[in-house]
Design a protein around this ligand. Structure first.
Ligand code: SF4
Length: 65
């Protein structure tokens, strides 16, 4: 498992993260910025996939959980 983080200043609200991992990401209705909810740790392969899907590069793997 690895820990994820979102750089809110980089997120463009595209929602790919929410589509790929809906239990971990939500795009706020008001700010249109993604935030982590529930488990912010994912298996490494799934974490790498969601990082790749983010068009703005806002998601990063910060450490092994
Ligand atoms: S995929 Fe990236 S840019 Fe899109 S909402 Fe998620 S963190 Fe933001």
């Amino acid at each position: 498992m690895v820990q994820l983080a979102i750089d809110a200043g980089v997120c463009i609200g595209a929602g790919q993260c929410e589509m790929v991992e809906p239990e971990s990401f939500i795009v706020d209705d008001h700010t249109v910025i993604a935030r982590l909810v529930g488990p912010s740790e994912l298996p490494k392969s799934r974490a790498e996939h969601v990082v790749e899907r983010c068009p703005s590069g806002a998601i990063s793997i910060v450490r092994n959980a």
